[in-house]
Design a protein around this ligand. Structure first.
Ligand code: 26Q
Length: 817
């Protein structure tokens, strides 16, 4: 289209927003105003807000395309975005206008917001980190694009039936999703199957093409990622799989209509569902298809944009582009970029490798060796024959480097090989990612140290400069400003409002910590947030939390290493004390536990059931009364955390030291003034460093102590030597919590007595109970608790994802700001 006058910018005032809200209600949705349904009201409002994003989005795109500046791409199988409306309003600074518009119609903003489903396209920490990172990139005006998969079904919805987890599909797109824009003209073709064919090109060079493939289309759906009050709007591009027309046409013409439709289905399966396990699932073909689908579509997209702007000269490509791999999940991108550059753009191996290995960067998120991703070579070869050829060539050249550095050390070559030999050879995805990347990072200081000394030791000896730490962070927009508006106001009136983008400024609170007015307001805000959390608990669990009691919360995926069991042992211990009458000088406590178990993780599901059984005994015992309450919150998700973190007093971060890479929930709680009870694990260490040991309840073995105790770990004698612990075990083993379900908890309970318990739960029981006692005492001392709470918020500045992203940019991406 030629020379079109741009529309004037949309107004941001009440009248303009009101006008567009009504226009969308009447003209876009065809709703009769007096009969409008709440869903229509939500959609009309969302569209009015989206219009305001749209013009900034276009401007950002034009600016980024014309500047020729370097760009980064965040490749991730997961983006746990949560809701978009509140976030967009906050970042556009139109909350007040919207509120007053709705007020005119007798509507509450909160009710309207509740019409939006969570975009739950992630399992937990890794997916939510990706979402926080996008927010920070936009807020720092960094040209970063998120690339992911548009799953039709996100993380399952968790229901609790008879105390046990039941999974229900999450069809989050059912009511249409107003925040996405389909961009069919950027559709990419993804190949699967077939074989490599060698040929000689017109110049006489020998080349390879990948033929006889089944092709799947990747159709992009873009979502706007607004920065905070800065007019930058970045893009999250999610790929949806579709059957290719050409493929269908052949089948139609051959008169095989049902077969052609079946094929269509198979293609579309690729983006159907998020895998709901948060430690790698080995060998599922569909998962590997998803990984390749994302990697190939995204790389083709970036290359096509490059060629459009620069032609097929790739000399400056590495200077202008950087790919950040969110764990190994998209790491087949290393081989895929090689393939595209060589087969499609005719680069030599050396030139392609130079580009690949200077544009790829890999972030590791796990210390559990069993969670390192591996794929059978046979499966890889069936699905991606051409890609496997390239992986083998990468490995051959890589092993040559290893043997140059350590001549004759064949054991080391075997250890470091990207291909693990054995009866069923496997591709080690982490090693492919390390070999193909110029940067490898862990997500907290301890995690990175342990990677360097342990999991990736050999690689670190070969390439010490590749390895670096980037301690995680979370976005203060969602996790403080939006989820805790009352605290936001109190902060603004005490230290000004600059903390929203410069979180270090929260430290200015420290100077006001003894201000009586602030302290009283601080407590009132916490009470108000606890009231909201208690409402949620009442509604979703049917349990009454007394807001005067200490709100003690552990929400995260259910995993043995995260030790929800240790938390439960403490609850049973408190229950036992109450029953024995040892409850003088008691601190009333309300314990909340929430989280999803992977559907195939038997132990995790048992833990959920045990929590619910203990809860029903504790909550129904009149002798316990208000002293102790326990609730399991069903369907923990981003939107629930927004209520939970604001209303929490005590944050449970109790993983076995050396197992939790970082944790990010710990940071959200801290920002909102909760105090942590935790081990020296992941980012807990850095949280404690920031806030000071007097404002943190520490317990448990260190990572080093865990490993040195392991060979002679003897839980039986630990339990025997500790009366309180013995009584807790006796209660559990007597079947007190499963009187009508004999034996159902045998495996879980036995794990605590097992000398091979990898998580060494018994080892930390006593120090944990003691630290809990300290926390209970501190809570009784209102003045002390208030100081601790204020200082936790004040010292949380480091844990802004703005700081994390600034470090990624300085050390890895090097984008102009
Ligand atoms: C891999 C292959 C096949 C199927 C599933 C997976 C898979 C999916 C998700 C493996 C792992 C995950 C998620 C891992 C995760 O969330 N890790 C967490 O990352 C956070 C952000 O860095 C850290 O704070 C947590 O410590 C870490 O557990």
């Amino acid at each position: 289209m030629k020379k079109v006058q741009a529309l004037p910018p949309l107004g941001m005032d009440n009248a303009a927003i009101d006008h567009d809200f009504r226009r969308h209600l009447g003209h876009t949705l065809g709703s009769v105003e007096s009969e409008a349904q709440s869903r229509e009201i939500y959609e009309a409002l969302a569209l009015a807000v989206r219009d305001r994003l749209m013009e900034r989005w276009k401007a950002t795109r034009v600016q980024q395309e014309t500047s020729g500046n370097k760009r980064a791409y965040y490749l991730s199988l997961e983006f746990l975005m949560g809701r978009a409306l509140g976030n967009a309003m906050l970042n556009l600074d139109i909350e007040k206008s919207v509120k007053s518009t709705l007020y005119e119609y007798g509507l509450e903003l909160e009710d309207v917001e509740n019409e939006e489903a969570d975009a739950g396209l992630g399992n937990g920490g890794l997916g939510r980190l990706a979402a926080c990172f996008l927010d920070s990139c936009a807020t720092l005006s960094l040209p970063v694009v998120g690339y992911g998969i548009r799953y039709e079904y996100g993380m399952f919805r968790q229901e609790i039936q008879d105390g046990a987890q039941v999974e229900e599909p999450d069809h989050w797109l059912r009511n249409s999703y107003v925040w996405e824009v389909q961009r069919p003209h950027d559709t990419r073709h993804i190949k699967f199957g077939g074989r490599s064919e060698f040929y000689v090109d017109a110049q006489g060079a020998s080349r390879v093409r990948w033929v006889d493939t089944e092709n799947v289309l990747a159709v992009p759906h873009d979502t706007a990622i607004p920065g905070y009050e800065n007019d930058t709007v970045n893009t999250l591009r999610l790929w949806k799989a579709a059957a290719s027309d050409a493929f269908e046409l052949g089948e139609f013409n051959a008169g095989r209509y049902p077969e052609s439709v079946a094929n269509k289905n198979e293609a579309e399966h690729i983006s159907m569902v998020l895998y709901p396990n948060d430690s790698s699932e080995n060998g599922k073909e569909l998962r590997l298809r998803q990984q390749y689908f994302l990697a190939s579509a995204s790389l083709q997209d970036v290359l096509a944009q490059w060629v459009k702007a620069n032609g097929t000269n790739f000399e400056k490509f590495a200077e202008k582009n950087c790919f950040q791999l969110n764990d190994t999940h998209p790491s087949v991108a290393v081989a895929e970029l090689m393939r595209l550059l060589m087969d499609d753009y005719e680069l030599s191996w050396n030139n392609a490798w130079e580009i690949t290995s200077s544009t790829m960067a890999y972030t590791n998120h796990t210390l559990l060796p069993e969670a390192l991703e591996r794929w059978p070579v046979s499966l890889f070869r069936k699905l991606l024959p051409r890609v496997v050829d390239i992986i083998f060539e990468i490995n051959a050249r890589f092993l040559q480097q290893v043997s140059n550095k350590w001549p004759g050390d064949t054991e080391r070559q075997r250890r470091m090989s990207i291909i693990e030999e054995g009866p069923e050879p496997q591709v080690r995805m982490a090693y492919l990612a390390i070999a193909g990347s110029f940067s490898v990072n862990g997500v907290a200081a301890l995690h990175t140290e342990l990677l360097i000394d342990g999991l990736f030791r050999d690689f670190c000896e070969l390439w010490p400069d590749k390895f670096n730490n980037k301690t995680n962070g979370v976005t203060p927009r969602r996790w403080l400003a939006a989820c805790n508006p009352e605290l936001r106001e109190l902060l603004d009136s005490t230290i000004g409002d600059q903390w929203i983008t410069k979180l270090d400024q929260l430290d200015n609170l420290s100077a006001h910590v003894n201000d009586e007015k602030l302290r009283e307001d601080w407590r009132q805000v916490k009470f108000s947030n606890k009231r909201k959390l208690a409402q949620l608990v009442k509604q979703d669990c049917g349990v009454e939390f007394d807001i005067e009691s200490m709100f003690d919360v552990q929400v995260k995926r259910i995993h043995e290493y995260k030790r929800q069991l240790l938390n439960l042992l403490h609850v049973v211990h408190l229950y036992n004390r109450i029953k024995k009458g040892h409850s003088e000088n008691w601190t009333p406590r309300s314990v909340l536990i929430g989280g999803k178990a992977a559907p195939g993780y038997y132990m995790a599901k048992q833990i959920i059931k045990l929590i619910n059984n203990v809860a029903s005994v504790v909550n129904n015992d009149p002798e316990v009364g208000n002293k102790l309450r326990l609730a399991f919150l069903p369907n923990y998700r981003v939107t629930a955390m927004e209520v939970i973190c604001a209303g929490t007093d005590l944050s449970e971060q109790v993983s076995t030291a050396g197992k939790e890479a970082s944790g990010t929930g710990n940071m959200k709680f801290m920002m909102n003034g909760a105090i942590t009870i935790g081990t020296l694990d992941g980012a807990n260490i850095e949280i404690r460093e920031e806030v000071g040991d007097e404002n943190f309840f520490l317990f448990g073995l260190t990572a080093a102590e865990v490993e040195s105790m392991r060979p002679h770990y003897d839980p039986q004698s630990i339990i025997e030597a500790d009366d309180g612990f013995s009584e807790v075990m006796a209660l559990l083993e007597s079947g007190h919590f499963n009187q009508f379900e004999p034996g159902i908890f045998d495996a879980v309970i036995a794990s605590i007595r097992n000398p091979n318990d990898p998580w060494m739960t018994a080892a930390d029981f006593r120090t944990y109970v003691d630290a809990q006692e300290q926390a209970a005492l501190a809570y009784q001392d209102v003045e002390r608790w208030t100081t601790m709470s204020i200082l936790n918020t004040a010292k949380s500045g480091k844990f802004s994802s703005d700081r994390t992203i600034a470090e990624y940019n300085n050390d890895i991406w090097q984008l102009n700001t």
